[in-house]
Write a protein that binds this ligand. Structure first.
Ligand code: AHR
Length: 618
């Protein structure tokens, strides 16, 4: 491998190249990154009609002691459903309540993770004609072990009353539940019951451990909130940003019919923008262009209200705090505008008949109002020029390992002028990937090396999907797997770590002299480490073949003294079996392993393990 480290042959890689794509799929947000512990907190998941299914809320007691139903008596106009609990038993008289009382419990999203020493903020709304004495508890999954307790004692609450309680956990259980019980006969209404750990990232509602996994990737951007989630199967179930902002209690929530689950939309338009800011990543907002995956479509003649909705969403993100929508953002605690500079008009909609007509309406309205916004088309412009204006075009690739690996060359002949590619979803899928194999990660690494080399034509790239709650796998594979208390990265997650210094780095020219069976692919960059302000050289090589390869790396244009004085680190991602995956039991089975390189010189002999991704940091 020849690497030319002289400036003359070098080229800057876009600052934006590698980022992440967050989609509300697999309970990535609700029951995932969004730390809300109560599932179906407003009792709306069963729909606006009553009586309704309150799942996963369950009843403590039997028909002789308690009757639980729903009605439309909420104090919140946009989500009228409230829970009505009629306690039939009492602490005295003929129908004595069972020990501890009767009531309801919420098991969260497959168990709430309650940890000793941590605090949890409970907020709920309650109403009753009688005075109430409700015991509140965080308990183990069988309801026996009490991890935290409190009481709500109130009289004169014939109008809705907001109750806030800080629960301090005295024990740990990743499978806990929240219980609300009473031993007093009467009717009690509950609505908007929220339980949040108090240690979310900066208090912004993001689960610390999962947020940390994202931050560690140093993403240059975050695309959100989907994918198909944006579109819905039916437009009525699409993500509509206006329904996801403002006070959490007043958000209606919606059923994401593509991935088939309800979300309370605690993680809404504001929170996505906040997430981007917290990650130091540029937000990329994908919005619905009036087309949906399988059903409904909006004719171009009727698209203007949709265009206005998006302009309002941009004003919400970027507008002056005195503007109509900017003031709503300011009221939510962010008077400064968010740095929203990228929007995608739809997701995978290019083939649909009305796409171009609708696209052009959005395009010109956005460019008129915000000329600096970079607009992403759904049509692939990698092989032939687009027939409409755009700053970027979307490119998605889900395929077998060999196909993804060989697509490293896909952009070799793409025009260097005109709109840039946004590879907003790439992954190996199917049998080669399973739930996240080494094989998949290696093919993707090969593909990304091709992306680096073609980054004159490519502005951004992100893996998909990002998260999966192991209890609700809607899509395999994913980058990060989690439950209420655990998490691990798949090999594809770790593979991305090899590329996180590439944003804004300098791509050196490099070439492989011999490449048996085309199973090798390599790149070289120099990048500046902001921690020590030193410049580093990183060479990455994927050996996609099944045998070890002895490789001579020759570096020209670097001072020999510099080379000799610098220690070097070799980092390898490999495993004994190419289909190896990580798991909760073996979270690091396939993860980067670092070793010191003893001898660094202009010409180094190294051995690449079979089926491996290796980086050499000098
Ligand atoms: O990443 C999963 C899905 O794949 C996305 O929602 C969609 O854009 C693509 O089809």
């Amino acid at each position: 491998l020849f690497v030319n480290a002289s400036e003359a042959s070098a080229r800057k890689i876009p600052d934006t190249l590698f980022g992440i794509f967050f989609e509300e799929i697999n309970h990535a947000g609700a029951g995932g990154l969004w730390a809300e512990l109560v599932s179906n907190r407003g009792f709306e998941a069963g729909g606006p009609n009553v009586p309704s299914n309150i799942d996963p809320w369950s009843i403590i007691g039997d028909e002789s002691s308690v009757i639980v139903s729903t009605d439309r008596s909420s104090c919140f106009d946009r989500n009228k459903v409230a829970l009505r609990m009629q306690v039939l038993c009492d602490h005295r008289g003929t129908n004595i309540c069972p020990d501890g009382g009767v009531g309801i419990y919420n098991p969260g999203f497959w168990g709430m993770n309650v940890e000793q020493g941590k605090s949890y903020k409970l907020v709920l709304y309650v109403r009753s004609q009688e005075s109430i004495n409700i015991s509140v508890a965080l308990t183990g999954s069988n309801g026996l072990q009490k991890l935290a307790t409190s009481n709500i004692v109130a009289a004169d609450i014939s109008s809705w009353k907001k109750v806030e309680i800080l629960l301090e956990a005295k024990g740990t259980d990743p499978n806990s539940r929240l219980e609300l019980r009473s031993t007093t006969k009467g009717v009690i209404w509950f609505d908007q019951v929220s339980l949040m750990p108090t240690d979310t990232y900066k208090g912004h509602g993001f689960r610390q451990d999962l947020f940390g996994m994202l931050k560690d990737l140093k993403p240059a951007f975050i695309r959100f909130p989907g994918g198909c989630f944006v579109e819905g199967d039916y437009l009525r179930n699409a993500f509509r940003w206006k329904e996801t902002i403002g006070q959490w209690e007043e958000r209606p929530g919606h059923f994401g019919d593509v991935w088939n689950y309800w979300t309370d939309d605690g993680l809404g338009h504001f929170e996505f923008l906040q997430l981007a800011e917290d990650l130091g990543a540029r937000p990329v907002w994908v919005f619905n262009n009036g087309r949906v995956s399988h059903h409904d479509e909006v004719d171009t003649s009727a698209i203007l209200p949709f265009v206005q909705e998006i302009l309002d969403g941009l004003e919400f993100a970027r507008g002056d705090p005195t503007s109509t929508w900017g003031s709503v953002r300011a009221k939510m605690g962010h008077p400064e505008p968010f740095d929203l500079k990228y929007v995608a008009i739809g997701n995978e909609d290019c083939g649909k008949s009305k796409y171009r007509g609708n696209y052009l309406k959005f395009y010109s309205a956005i460019k008129d109002a915000y000329p600096d916004i970079r607009i992403i088309s759904n049509c692939d412009g990698s092989s032939s020029p687009l027939d409409h204006p755009a700053d970027l075009y979307d490119f998605h690739i889900y395929s077998s390992a060999s196909s993804v690996f060989s697509n490293a060359r896909h952009f070799d002949s793409t025009r260097r002028s005109g709109p840039k590619a946004f590879i907003s979803e790439y992954a190996v899928t199917g049998n080669d990937a399973g739930k996240g194999s080494l094989l998949a990660a290696l093919a993707e690494a090969g593909f990304l090396i091709g992306v680096e080399k073609n980054s004159e034509a490519i502005e951004m790239a992100s893996y998909a999907p990002l998260f999966v709650n192991d209890n609700d796998r809607r899509w395999n594979p994913d980058a990060i797997v989690f439950t209420s208390s655990q998490m691990y990265g798949t090999p594809s997650y770790w593979m991305q770590h090899f590329f996180k210094e590439s944003n804004g780095a300098t791509l050196l020219s490099s070439s492989l002299q011999a490449n048996p069976s085309n199973s090798l692919i390599a790149s070289a960059i120099t990048w500046r480490n902001s921690d020590d302000n030193n410049e580093y050289l990183r060479i990455k090589v994927v050996n996609f073949g099944t045998t070890a390869v002895a490789l001579k790396i020759s570096i020209s244009g670097l001072d020999q003294n510099t080379l000799e004085s610098s220690g070097a680190i070799k980092t390898t991602l490999t495993s004994t079996n190419v289909m190896d995956e990580n798991s909760f039991k073996e979270p690091n089975k396939v993860s980067p392993v670092k070793a010191m390189l003893e001898k660094v010189s202009e010409s180094m002999d190294v051995v690449l393990s079979p089926r491996s991704l290796t980086s050499f940091d000098l």
